[in-house]
Each structure stands twice: as structure tokens, then as C-alpha cells.
Design a protein around this ligand. Structure first.
Ligand SMILES: O=C(O)CCC(=O)C(=O)O
Length: 271
């Protein structure tokens, strides 16, 4: 569980490292084995754009996942922390494996998640689980503390392959020197708010940097399946949503879509 001070820091800074949380060496080893399997089985998808690796090839992205990642996303120790931050009714709506290979790992540009997510009102807590040692040298996530309290920042779309994500915040709007780095050991987690500015540098080091982002929204918010993002291939219509705690509180949330058999439409998402 998060301490009272950590909860305060999350709300003040837009993120927190959960100092009392640590997966065991055995749990880390199993997740690292799942990571290797997922990387091997999805070699056609860039390893920093592997969406919904907790599912078995569900739409719309079709990555072949591993059940260990679903267990992790449903782990009460993790869901408890999310509940402390955004309340008791929780929908897991996405997972994203951000695996930056050694030497050639791409930059994640500065961005606010809420810019391209179809959630109204904008609400999500992301739990970022380190699967490798993550530090400044291999492209740790960096965050502008407090930026979630400053509303929407201007973004442009960059569809080049140089970046992991394609929504890019204009850096003239904030001071990059105020960034704080989130350095983690395998099995440690950070949690961040949908509105906080964050990103990470390219990984030019000799070490891989993998982390799994687990995205939870309060079920009081509405997941707008009809939303679209200009210039992107995102399709929310068949994204499988999973109620992981409590009850659905918004009558327009469709929790059935996407859970059946399907033919993958998109195998490499553009963000
Ligand atoms: O893994 C990274 O470097 C960025 C992660 C990110 O943008 C996110 O989890 O929202």
C-alpha cells in the first residue's frame, strides 16, 4: 500500500514511486521469462509498441500476450494502490510494453497521455512496472512534476519512425531542466497521472530497458469507443475492457466488446 505521504505526492507531483512495493525475485524472474516469450512471439511488432500483452491476441492490436502479465495487472497489491489513488471501481483498459532494446531504443517524446486517450473525463492511473534495471543511462522515464495541474499542453503529431509515440508536446511550454527521473530496479513500480508531462530519452546504452505500463481508469469515467485521433491508426471500438475491482459506474461503458474471437486488424499501433 502507498503511505499517506506517497498519496499526497502523487496528487501534488502527478507521480510517485511506491517505495514499499517490490516484486519478489521469483516473480521478477517469471515476468522476465514472459517478456522473452512475448518478444519472440511478436517479432513483427516493434518491442516498444507492444499493446495488450496481458491478453491472448485480442483486438485491435493482436499482440500475443502472456497470462503472467494479466495476473500482474490483477494483482491485489497493485490494484490496492490504484484504488488508494482513483477510487474503488476500476477498469483495466490497456497494457503497453515499452521495451527499449540496448543501443537502438527509441525516444518516447514528451507528452500527456490524456491527449490521445478516449476517456471522459480524462482519468487514468498508470502503474509502470520495471522489468529491467532502469536508470538515466538506459532511458528511464522522466516527468515534469506538477504539470498535471496545468491543463492541456500543445502537442503536434510526428509520424516518423524515430519515436515510440507520435504525440509530441511542444517543449517551449515547460522547462525540461525541472524533469525528475524515475529510476527503478526490476519489480519496482511508479504510478503516474493521465495529465502529467512525461517521456524518456533514446536508449543508447548497452543495456535493455523494459517496463510494462498498466492503465486503470475509474469506472465512473466513460470510455468513448467512438473517439478517434487525427493521423493515427487507433481504433478503440474493439478494445477489451476488464473490470478488475468494484462495479461499472458509467452506463455507456461497454465491457463486452472485443472479448470474443477476432481477426487482428492492426498489428503495429501508431500513437
Ligand atoms: O516507458 C516510457 O519511457 C514511457 C512510458 C509512457 O509514456 C507511459 O507509460 O505513459
Amino acid at each position: 500500500m502507498l503511505s499517506a505521504g506517497e498519496i499526497d505526492r502523487y496528487h501534488r507531483d502527478g507521480y510517485v514511486i511506491a517505495r514499499g512495493f517490490q516484486l519478489t525475485p521469483h516473480e521478477c524472474a517469471r515476468l522476465q521469462a514472459d517478456l522473452e516469450t512475448v518478444l519472440q512471439q511478436n517479432s513483427d511488432i516493434p518491442s516498444d509498441r507492444l499493446i495488450n500483452v496481458h491478453l491472448e491476441g485480442k483486438p485491435p492490436y493482436g499482440a500475443i500476450g502472456a497470462s503472467g502479465f494479466e495476473q500482474l495487472a490483477r494483482d491485489p497489491r497493485i490494484v490496492d494502490m490504484v484504488e488508494q489513488l482513483i477510487g474503488p471501481d476500476l477498469i483495466l483498459w490497456l497494457t503497453h510494453l515499452f521495451c527499449k532494446p540496448a543501443a537502438i531504443g527509441r525516444e518516447v517524446p514528451w507528452h500527456q497521455d490524456g491527449q490521445y486517450w478516449p476517456i471522459q473525463p480524462a482519468a487514468t492511473c498508470t502503474v509502470w512496472v520495471a522489468l529491467d534495471t532502469v536508470d538515466q543511462d538506459n532511458g528511464a522515464m522522466r516527468i515534469i512534476p506538477g504539470s498535471h495541474q496545468r491543463g492541456s499542453f500543445r502537442h503536434t503529431t510526428d509520424l516518423s519512425d524515430a519515436l515510440t509515440l507520435n504525440q509530441v508536446a511542444d517543449t517551449s511550454q515547460f522547462d525540461e531542466n525541472t524533469a525528475q527521473y524515475i529510476e527503478l530496479q526490476p519489480g519496482q513500480v511508479s504510478l503516474h497521472d493521465i495529465g502529467v508531462l512525461h517521456g524518456s530519452a533514446a536508449n543508447t546504452s548497452g543495456r535493455r530497458r523494459a517496463g510494462l505500463a498498466l492503465r486503470y481508469m475509474p469506472s465512473t469515467a466513460w470510455f468513448r469507443r467512438d473517439a478517434s485521433v487525427e493521423n493515427s491508426k487507433l481504433d478503440w471500438t474493439l478494445l477489451p475492457l476488464q473490470l478488475v475491482r468494484g462495479v461499472n459506474r458509467h452506463e455507456l461503458n461497454d465491457l463486452r466488446a472485443g472479448h470474443g474471437d477476432f481477426d487482428p486488424v492492426i498489428t503495429s499501433a501508431t500513437f
